[in-house]
Design a protein around this ligand. Structure first.
Ligand code: FES
Length: 160
């Protein structure tokens, strides 16, 4: 059985099902329900997207649209190493878009996605509170500052 931390998916589903059910027919609760699923599982699996759509009476395309619009939600479990690249103003003006491009190229994924081997996931955040060190990214709890795109392969290699 797949596990997430110390809690197995089956237990999480048992907790989530009554939570989702209490919002039957309440389309306005979509974000609230998706937040709970994301917090509990670390992602929003397809079968729960379908359940949310049916229960809240929202088109599945809308559920999918919300998940892919907000960076907070993800469609896949996070990787062993979660790479968060900052695109806040200070980082942006100092080259964050190039850093993101280098990460996408090196990892072969887009923000919100996870590599097939489950090693890395990539997300965009807006200000990590270290603007003086911009551009910045974190890999789990490690902070990598004053980034240059040429350094990205070497940094990622430390985590492979
Ligand atoms: S804008 Fe990137 S750390 Fe503040």
């Amino acid at each position: 059985m797949e596990s997430i931390g110390c809690q197995c998916i089956e237990e999480s589903y048992k907790e989530l099902e009554p939570f989702i059910a209490q919002y039957a027919g309440q389309q306005a609760a979509l974000i609230t329900v998706l937040h709970k699923i994301q917090e509990t599982l670390g992602f929003v699996p397809y079968d729960l997207q379908v359940k949310v759509a049916d229960t809240l009476e929202v088109p599945l395309s809308e559920v999918y649209g919300v998940i892919t619009f907000y960076a907070f939600f993800s469609l896949k479990p996070k990787g062993k190493y979660n790479v968060s690249v900052c695109k806040g103003t200070a980082c942006y003006v100092r080259g964050a878009p190039k850093i993101l491009t280098a990460l996408e190229k090196e990892l072969g994924i887009k923000p919100g996605d996870t590599t097939d081997d489950g090693n890395f996931s990539l997300e965009v955040v807006y200000c990590l509170g270290a603007c003086g060190l911009s551009p910045v990214m974190t890999v789990n709890k490690d902070v990598h500052a004053r980034l240059k795109q040429e350094r990205i392969p070497k940094i990622l290699a430390r985590y492979s």
